[in-house]
Design a protein. Structure first.
Length: 200
């Protein structure tokens, strides 16, 4: 089970439902802890929530907690073996997500000059399709992830497809971007570029 998410948010987070399940505590008990300790938790940022559907057809609040809030909250739980194991795993998951975010930031910075080169290449591309920039971006995203910009934005709750990519996906995206730039500079058509992107 994934413990920590990003989904286009500014910082990694976990939810009260994840904490409840992994700590072996009823969700309403975790929610009660949150309500009771809201003043302390909100010293580390606003505690928000999303509604999630239950099997009964009703909806339940699922609190969204950043790293500091989640770490503080789990200190209020009794230290059973399951809770202690979960605490260890949650700390690791947040650390791994921070590491991934550093890699993602670096890859995104490396990609920016390529994006500029791609934009310049498209301007002089004789065989450019309509809306060449967005069409090509969608193609590259689909080649790197199997999903287009709209799908990525919805699935990962991001403002644009590229910023939602993992560091590994960004590396792949850049590789495909290099190929597209080379093909455009050879004045190849969109269908040839598409064929090459999905062949690799």
């Amino acid at each position: 089970m994934e413990l920590v998410y990003m989904d286009g948010k500014k910082e990694p987070y976990t939810t009260s439902a994840i904490i409840a399940e992994c700590a072996g505590v009823k969700h309403h008990a975790i929610q009660e802890h949150i309500r009771k300790q809201i003043g302390r938790l909100e010293q580390f940022g606003k505690v928000s929530f999303k509604m999630r559907p239950l099997q009964s057809g009703q909806q339940a609040k699922d609190y969204i907690l950043n790293e500091q809030q989640a770490t503080l909250l789990i200190t209020f739980l009794k230290n059973t073996e399951q809770v202690a194991n979960f605490k260890t795993n949650l700390v690791k998951a947040f650390f791994e997500m921070r590491d991934e975010l550093s890699k993602r930031y670096l890859q995104r910075e490396l990609e920016k000059p390529k994006r500029k080169t791609l934009t310049e290449s498209i301007k002089s591309w004789e065989k450019a399709p309509k809306h060449a920039y967005s069409t090509l971006t969608n193609l590259l995203l689909k080649g790197a992830t199997g999903k287009n910009k709209a799908q990525l934005m919805q699935e990962r709750e991001s403002e644009n497809g590229i910023d939602s990519l993992t560091s590994a996906e960004l590396t792949n995206y850049q590789r495909l971007e290099d190929m597209a730039i080379a093909m455009i500079n050879l004045n190849r058509g969109y269908s040839e570029i598409k064929e090459l992107i999905f062949k690799v």
